[in-house]
Design a protein around this ligand. Structure first.
Ligand SMILES: Nc1ncnc2c1ncn2[C@@H]1O[C@H](COP(=O)(O)OP(=O)(O)OP(=O)(O)O)[C@@H](O)[C@H]1O
Length: 258
């Protein structure tokens, strides 16, 4: 079994009497593409918020590469190598595509205005920005304002901004939500290449064709609890999973939302 990059131990968060994530212990292994599935309200986004540090658990612990990060801030987690996209909230509409990625990279390199004092580093950052734009298929849009991009392109830009942080693990909450259907294959391609480059990816996604193409492992949450985790084929045949999806195979196209 591959090394656990992220591990949760009895992770729980209560909102009043409701346990949105309830006693979840799971491992997210290095190098695997893991997809988190579950009916609406199962606790998927809340689990992401706990992992990325936006929410503090009521009970339980969270480890990144063996270090207890339960009380660390989101910024501290990013510095350790955790990246998460925030559904367009990070994109600056009045900056160009290029400037958005460049700014994210500059923040990551922690150099701010000092950059102007070092010409070599300046050129290196420009090169890396171009590389990222190529990876997210936005090179030909580099001089367009982010506000002029299509919704799908903005989602790719958002991904590029997270990739600029060079994360070891990438948390993606429905990266194709709201995207035109013909743009989805290009996103799948980008995610496949990102995985091949060595990034561990954790995805929340309802589009089952996409889940099938990308996932090495599935995690099923139901009512805040972990129902089952493992190999996609085995998980999709698990009787408890079939029951949770009202008898429809979870890897069937019919159960696809969006
Ligand atoms: N800040 C909050 N305060 C109160 N209840 C919350 C809060 N955040 C989430 N919840 C509740 O926790 C439960 C899990 O929500 P969550 O958004 O994590 O589900 P999800 O699996 O991501 O659903 P979806 O597939 O619809 O996005 C829901 O019942 C939701 O109403």
């Amino acid at each position: 079994m591959a090394e656990a990059l992220i591990r949760t131990e009895n992770l729980t968060i209560s909102f009043g009497a409701h346990k949105a994530v309830n006693n979840v212990s799971l491992s997210l292994e290095k190098g695997l593409f893991t997809t988190i599935l579950g009916p609406n309200g199962a606790g998927k986004t809340t689990l992401f918020n706990l992992i990325s540090g936006l929410l503090e658990p009521t009970e339980g612990k969270l480890f990144f590469k063996g270090t207890d990060i339960t009380r660390l801030s989101p910024i501290q987690r990013v510095k350790m190598g955790m990246g998460r996209s925030f559904q367009l909230t990070n994109v600056f509409p009045t900056l160009t595509t290029y400037e958005n990625v460049r700014l994210a990279m500059q923040a990551h390199e922690d150099i701010g205005y000092k950059i102007f004092t070092n010409h070599r580093r300046f050129s290196k950052l420009n090169e890396k920005t171009d590389e990222i734009l190529e990876r997210v298929l936005l090179k030909d849009k580099k001089n367009q304002l982010a506000s002029q991009l299509s919704h799908g392109e903005q989602r790719k830009l958002e991904l590029g901004m997270v990739l600029a942080l060079e994360p070891e693990v990438l948390l993606l909450d429905e990266p194709t939500a709201g995207m035109a259907i013909e743009e989805v294959p290009t996103m799948i391609d980008i995610l496949n290449k990102t995985k091949e480059s060595g990034t561990t990816i954790i995805l929340i996604e309802h589009k089952m064709d996409m889940v099938k193409q990308l996932s090495d492992k599935l995690i099923i949450l139901v009512n805040g609890g972990l129902l089952v985790e493992g190999d996609p084929e085995e998980v999709s045949q698990n009787p408890d999973v079939l029951a949770a999806y009202l008898g429809g195979g979870i890897l069937d196209e019919e159960s696809t939302k969006d």
